[in-house]
Every structure is written in structure tokens, then in C-alpha cells.
Design a protein around this ligand. Structure first.
Ligand SMILES: Nc1ncnc2c1ncn2[C@@H]1O[C@H](COP(=O)(O)OP(=O)(O)OP(=O)(O)O)[C@@H](O)[C@H]1O
Ligand SMILES: [Mg+2]
Length: 241
């Protein structure tokens, strides 16, 4: 290429760079340390930030005010959340058991927050107290409303079932629990469960007594992380502190 032509093109490129720079756009790819590296669509860091923001907003709308500060402080809970972030279909179920006030619900919301903070590609979550769930699933006056609710809970990407095993059992609760858990089992959907009942106890009531054998068998395979929480009732310790 002739020299004058090249010089002219170089000047044009410089002019273009100046115009774009004034608008905050760089022709040179940003390196990661640049302060403007996450400054717009098209940049991977910008997309990650947008995903985090979106997922955390969803997490917040599923989380009651009492647990808005919840953090997954236990290493095994964080490890489960990391696995879910990596591949939700391989995460399985996180089961937190233990006496009242030991921090199960706190860790569960913390685990979900940890996933959201990682900027997942997709993040849908429903959190329900189990007693409320059975209340909502009772056949209602509105035709099909409870079936629709069961479908929502069965198919949502992440389901958090709080206080599982506290309701009175009946053939109806066993059937509903079976349909819910069986769907999530078949579709490898990650689930977080908290319960005051131990997973297994030869001498007293355990989760198997509550859910029945068919669900217990599925849970045995679904539960990838079992965390028996120990300690005092944090509510009482706080009240007396
Ligand atoms: N790691 C923690 N850091 C700070 N506060 C915590 C932590 N864990 C739990 N708490 C607080 O302690 C109280 C009891 O915790 P939480 O409700 O999670 O207990 P739980 O085991 O779910 O109890 P229950 O079986 O009665 O439902 C809550 O106020 C919660 O915010
Ligand atoms: Mg709880």
C-alpha cells in the first residue's frame, strides 16, 4: 500500500478512536485489569454482573425479611451450592436436619444466595414452609388450582422445602409428597430440605416414618449432602445474651 494512503488511513483510525473514546468505547479489547472491563454489553464481565443482579433479585423476592442476611457459613453447604452452580442437574438434594433454632433455615437460604451470587445462567427458586404447602395443595374451590400449584413446585428449578416432616401424616400427604418428590427425582431438580426429624433413627421417629418408603427410597438417592446441625437454640441464646 502507498505510504500517503497508509498515513491517511492511520489518521482516520485515530480520529475514529477519539470519537469512540469520547463515548466510552474502546477499539482495543479491554484487558481484565482495566477499570472499564465490565462497562457494557458484549463484555463477559458485564454479562456476569447482570446475571448476578438478576439472580439475587429473584433470591431476595423468595426470601422472607428475617433471612435476608443469611449466609452459607458451613463448608459442606457452600460445597453443595458450588456444585449446583456448576451443574444444577448433578447437585441433588441438600438436607439439613437438627433441633429447633440450630440454624437450618438460615443455611438453606444462605446456600441459595451463594448460588445466586455466582451468576448462574438461569435462576428460579420457590421457598415454602411444608405445612403451608400442604395447606395450599388441599383440593380447593377453584378447579385445578391445587394441581397447578403442585406443578409449579414440582417443576421449579430450585425448591426449598422448609420444616419438612412437621405436618400430620395421612394417605393424602403421602400421595402429594410422593408426586412432588418423584417428579423432582425423575428430572434431577435440585432441592433444599430442612427438617427437625433425623434422616434415620432406629429408636425414634425419622423422615422415613413421615414420607413413607417410596419417597424415602428416592430421597436416599437424591440427598447428596446431609448436614445434621448441632448446637443450642440460637433464638434462646440470643434472647438471654
Ligand atoms: N450462622 C448464623 N449467623 C447468624 N444468625 C444465625 C445463623 N444461623 C441462624 N441464625 C439465626 O438464628 C435464628 C434461628 O435460626 P433458624 O431459623 O435458621 O433455625 P432452624 O434450625 O431453622 O429452626 P427451626 O427448626 O425452629 O425452624 C434465626 O434468627 C437466624 O437468623
Ligand atoms: Mg427453620
Amino acid at each position: 500500500m502507498a505510504e500517503p494512503q497508509l498515513a491517511c488511513q492511520t489518521r482516520s483510525v485515530r480520529r475514529l478512536e477519539k470519537i469512540l473514546a469520547a463515548k466510552g468505547i474502546s477499539l482495543v479489547p479491554d484487558d481484565d485489569s482495566s477499570p472499564s472491563a465490565d462497562s457494557g454489553p458484549g463484555n463477559p464481565r458485564w454479562h456476569h454482573g447482570a446475571r448476578v443482579e438478576y439472580a439475587l433479585a429473584r433470591w431476595e423476592s423468595a426470601t422472607p425479611p428475617r433471612f435476608r442476611d443469611a449466609q452459607a457459613t458451613l463448608p459442606e453447604v457452600r460445597a453443595w451450592a458450588e456444585r449446583a452452580l456448576d451443574d444444577p442437574s448433578r447437585a441433588g438434594t441438600l438436607l439439613l436436619t437438627g433441633l429447633t433454632g440450630t440454624g437450618k433455615t438460615h443455611q438453606a437460604y444462605g446456600a441459595l444466595r451463594h448460588i445466586a451470587s455466582g451468576g448462574p445462567d438461569r435462576f428460579e427458586v420457590l421457598a415454602v414452609n411444608s405445612a403451608d404447602m400442604y395447606g395450599r395443595l388441599r383440593p380447593s374451590a377453584v378447579m385445578g388450582a391445587s394441581e397447578q400449584e403442585l406443578k409449579r413446585l414440582s417443576t421449579v428449578q430450585y425448591l426449598f422445602l422448609d420444616d419438612f416432616g412437621t405436618s400430620k401424616t395421612s394417605e393424602w400427604t403421602e400421595e402429594i409428597t410422593y408426586r412432588l418428590i418423584n417428579h423432582r427425582y425423575n428430572h434431577c431438580l435440585p432441592t433444599v430440605i430442612t427438617s427437625n426429624l433425623p434422616a434415620r433413627d432406629a429408636d425414634g421417629p425419622d423422615l422415613t416414618d413421615f414420607v413413607g418408603d417410596r419417597v424415602a427410597s428416592r430421597l436416599a438417592e437424591m440427598v447428596t449432602t446431609l448436614v445434621p446441625m448441632i448446637g443450642d437454640d440460637r433464638r434462646r441464646s440470643r434472647a438471654t445474651a
